[in-house]
Design a protein around this ligand. Structure first.
Ligand code: ZN
Ligand code: ZN
Length: 391
């Protein structure tokens, strides 16, 4: 491991104390007031060159290398917690009932402060600028990245790196990397079907909104089966379906809410077009009126090959595990690349779980992490920044 790891290791206790403090005091999306204050205080203490608060609770720490002007690279973390009642029993469990850092963003913030300390102490070893982004609200749409980007404070950034912890069973501390698409886009649809109610014995005199809704849901599954390249993915899930009033009355109304996730812009465009086509077809078939709205959600994260090569060369292939498949979830980290046209990488840190605790998925009330992974996470992100600036 390189010098960044040595420094990260030497500040282990301090960073873990910060992580536990944040874990005890979780705050949900766009309301990370105390976390934002703590971040600003620590950045000041660590000696960053500038602290920018561009919008809401967002904080950007700017560190300038003393070897010259050079390029600008941004490292991003997210700060928000989730509406989950913690069930881990850990001594530093959440003290806010019903709110928990169940997605590991407490580790993200602590590790990013670790990067601040590492890079401040290595200022005389690099040229260029590092911007550390502490972003509000990854979990609550429309996400905290777009408001930051809209302020223009990141217009000078040449490349972005982000990291998410992964509660895996083994190889704690390894960096998990995938070339190309690594998370899905996630658009949400809201559909209202307006039919005509009637007696359950006389369907021919009514317009059944529930039957139309069922047809929509089944036909959406056909998009993956018949309109998308079998090697690509398009996940349609209708997660809420509401309609009708009584077992012998034909429903005059049905509402459907769901999401559609894709790895490629091509599949995403087809999915959106087919939602409209299917709604028009079922409208004709059922005689109902169908109002369909698709809301732009997060874009897919597409990792840049050149950035991955530079990172692996600097960090060591033996410290990296190449992922065979992408993640199924989505991340508003995607917007740093898609809104600026700049290359980006989202990497994952194999962060295990607390000794003696079961492996639990992200967002679970039982989700824990192995803090031994923290110095590796700091070192990987600092190395990513330094290797990009040196290239
Ligand atoms: Zn999450
Ligand atoms: Zn997360």
């Amino acid at each position: 491991m390189n010098k960044t790891f040595e420094i990260a290791n030497s500040i282990f206790d301090e960073i873990i104390a910060i992580r536990r403090e944040i874990h005890k005091n979780p705050e949900q999306g766009f309301k990370e007031f105390k976390t934002s204050e703590l971040v600003q205080a620590k950045l000041k203490e660590y000696g960053v060159d500038e602290i920018i608060c561009p919008v809401g609770t967002a904080v950007i720490g700017v560190i300038k290398g003393t070897k010259g002007s050079g390029k600008t690279v941004a490292l991003r973390c997210d700060m928000d917690a989730l509406p989950v009642l913690e069930n881990t029993g850990l001594p530093f469990s959440s003290q806010v009932e019903g709110v928990m850092h169940a997605c590991g963003h407490d580790l993200h913030v602590a590790m990013m402060l670790g990067n601040a300390k590492v890079l401040c102490s290595m200022k005389d070893e690099f040229a260029g600028t590092v911007k550390l982004i502490f972003q509000p609200s990854e979990e609550v749409q429309p996400g905290g990245s777009r408001p930051i980007l809209e302020t223009g404070v990141l217009d000078d950034v040449d490349a972005f790196f982000g990291m998410h912890v992964s509660p895996t069973e083994d190889e704690v501390g390894k960096i998990l990397l995938k070339r190309g698409p690594v998370t899905t886009s996630a658009d949400e649809f809201e559909i209202e079907i307006i039919g005509m109610g009637g007696h359950g014995s006389a369907p021919h005199k009514a317009k059944d909104a529930i039957l139309a809704g069922c047809q929509l849901n089944v036909l959406f599954q056909q998009v993956q089966a018949r309109n998308i390249d079998p090697l690509d993915t398009c996940i349609f899930t209708t997660n809420v379906m509401q309609g009708g009033t009584k077992s012998n009355i034909i429903a005059d109304n049905c509402k459907m809410y769901g999401s559609v996730r894709c790895y490629t812009p091509e599949a995403r465009a087809v999915a959106r077009e087919k939602i409209a086509d299917i709604c028009r077809g079922v409208e004709k078939l059922s005689g109902c009126t169908i109002k369909d709205v698709v809301m732009d959600g997060y874009d897919a994260c597409i990792n840049d090959d050149g950035l991955i090569d530079t990172f692996i060369e600097a960090y060591g292939a033996e410290n990296v595990v190449m992922m065979k498949t992408p993640m199924g979830f989505s991340e508003d980290y995607s917007f740093y690349a898609t809104k600026t046209g700049k290359p980006s990488v989202l990497m994952f840190l194999s962060a295990g779980h607390e000794d003696g605790m079961p492996v639990a998925t992200l967002h679970s009330a039982n989700c824990t992490f192995n803090e031994a992974s923290v110095p590796y996470g700091i070192s990987a992100m600092s190395t990513a920044a330094l290797s990009f600036l040196a290239k």
